[in-house]
Design a protein around this ligand. Structure first.
Ligand code: HEM
Length: 497
């Protein structure tokens, strides 16, 4: 199978494209009102594939389902049982909420959607070039739509100039999918690399372990004839192939809270406040990573950061976090090392596998990052607010701002949940204690760790500075796990009976 193009025509385009030119977006969270009508709408709606076309289409439609949605559409229980346990249990299962940090003000009982009684069945994502979204929505939401669905929520995205609402350039670091499956996944990896096995992001292909992630494999027969065969079990039909899981979370951002905190810590000096903000994120507002050690880089959000240049780094030459704090958001989200960093010989790798020669506390938690990558497809919402404007008190009726965080992964527990739990929410990370992610941490006390609101800023050649009493800047407002099927699987689901 190596060296061959995958079946782009069967993969939803969102896996391959970020749709940067389609600056307008709107997501409908739907419940099925009438099963037959819903199936008819799903069967007839043109969903964008990952095949490249010239000219590029000006709009794109994508469709995904929760486990409750597959049930509502009549997908048999025996078929649904083949999906992953975390997808079937959903994002709000109690112990999962604890692990994801969805407690206190983040608890699902307080969510606008996705909490008890408000779990969507279907997610329809609409993307459009400027000026085209209204027409796309009108064209899709006619009588057939109204018969089929009731809308739980419409999530409207705003275009925030390539920066997320706190004002930092976003969408820079992404794993590169090994579409042609050219990388030898079985061989391990000595250094950090950005190319990741296709099976980490699409079901039905080999993942970073050289294995196939579990997904529903069905008996061949008339009903399943249109589905692709399973690569690892050719006598079976693969409902997962070319599909993936989509994690969607609505994250409210307290933009004023962040900038007022940064300014208070910097005695009102705006340049200092920007530097402190960059330390929390790990990148300057322009997207420039702190590890590159280019203090002359001008602050201010860049219009078009060059992702290639801004991603060529690891933290190998900054082990103590003097340039980029160890707890900075991007360093927690992707610690960028590999299984066998600095151990190129076979003996070195064997010793590492046996647990010898660990260089520090960080090794355990941050090794093997290639098993924990996510493909982010989030979009901001709410009106833009400059950091300068954010220093002012909120006027009455100040609108909500935030991120419709979306990421794709073939294994929710090993990818999204691991990143969110072990790296972001954990109060013990890489030798740090009493702090969690400075941006998304919920600051709630946890058993055995009553203090979670610190942040350590190592200083080159000096004692680390420790911030305490960090406010919560991000609150979860909704969320759910979805299955984003391949297009043949989508038609199978639309015809389920
Ligand atoms: C409102 C909440 C969040 C904000 C404001 C935010 C902001 C950012 C920014 C500015 C970057 C750097 C630019 C880039 O590489 O795209 C970034 C990177 C990243 N974020 Fe977040 N983020 C948020 C939530 C999350 C969550 C919940 C996760 C995962 C559970 C996450 C995972 C990542 C990852 C994996 C990277 C790339 C790290 C790297 O490879 O260097 N983020 N985020």
């Amino acid at each position: 199978m190596r060296g061959r193009d995958p079946d782009y025509g069967d993969v939803q385009g969102l896996v391959r494209f970020g749709y940067r030119r389609m600056k307008e977006a709107s997501y409908a969270l739907l419940r099925v009102r009438n099963v037959e009508a819903a199936r008819a709408w799903l069967a007839s709606t043109p969903v964008a594939s990952a095949a490249a076309t010239d000219p590029r289409p000006p709009t794109a439609v994508h469709v995904a389902f929760t486990a409750a949605g597959l049930e509502a559409l009549g997908v048999p229980a025996a078929v649904r049982a083949g999906f992953s346990p975390e997808f079937l249990a959903g994002m709000t299962e109690e112990s999962r909420s604890r692990r994801l940090g969805d407690v206190g003000p983040n608890a699902p009982s307080r969510w606008a959607w996705g909490g008890p009684g408000f779990v969507p069945h279907v997610l329809v994502m609409l993307f459009a070039e400027p000026g085209r979204l209204g027409g796309l929505v009108r064209g899709l939401t006619g009588a057939a739509w109204t018969d089929a669905f009731e809308a739980l929520e419409w999530l409207e995205s705003g275009d925030l100039r390539g920066a997320e609402p706190f004002g930092f350039a976003d969408g820079i670091s992404q794993p590169q999918l090994d579409w042609k499956q050219e990388r030898d996944v079985g061989a391990g990896r000595v250094e950090y690399g950005n190319v990741v096995a296709l099976g980490e992001f699409l079901l039905g292909y080999r993942n970073e372990y050289g294995r196939y992630t579990d997904r529903p494999l069905l008996d061949a027969g008339a009903a399943t004839a249109s589905l692709p065969a399973a690569e690892d079990a050719p006598e079976k039909k693969d409902l997962g192939r070319n599909g993936t899981y989509l994690v969607l979370r609505q994250l409210r951002q307290d933009v004023r809270g962040l900038w007022q905190f940064l300014l208070a810590q910097s005695c009102g000096d705006f340049a200092k406040a920007e530097r402190l903000g960059a330390a929390l994120l790990g990148r300057r507002r322009s997207g420039e990573p702190l590890t590159l050690d280019r203090p002359e880089a001008a602050p201010g959000a860049a219009s078009e950061p060059d992702p290639e240049r801004l991603n060529r780094f690891t933290y190998e030459d900054d082990p103590a976090g003097a340039r980029c704090p160890i707890g900075a958001h991007i360093r927690r989200a992707n610690p960028r090392n590999a299984n066998y960093v600095g151990r190129p010989s076979k003996l070195g790798r064997l010793l590492a596998d046996l647990g010898f020669g660990r260089r520090g506390l960080s090794d355990d938690l941050t090794s093997s990052v290639r098993f924990h990558r996510i493909l982010r497809r989030g979009r901001s919402y709410g009106p833009w607010l400059d950091p300068e404007g954010a220093a002012e008190p909120a006027p009455p009726g100040d609108p909500e701002r935030g991120l419709h965080f979306a990421c794709l992964n073939a294994n929710i527990s090993r990818q999204f949940e691991f990143v969110q739990n072990a790296w972001m929410a954990s109060t013990k990370f890489s030798g740090l204690t009493g702090e969690s992610d400075p941006i998304v941490g919920n600051r709630e006390p946890i058993p055995g760790c009553p203090v979670t609101d610190g942040f350590t800023l190592p200083q080159e050649g000096g004692l680390p500075r420790r911030l305490s009493g960090m406010p919560r800047f991000v609150t979860v407002r909704g969320g759910a796990y979805f299955f984003l099927p391949g297009l043949r699987a989508l038609r199978f689901i639309a015809g389920a009976s």
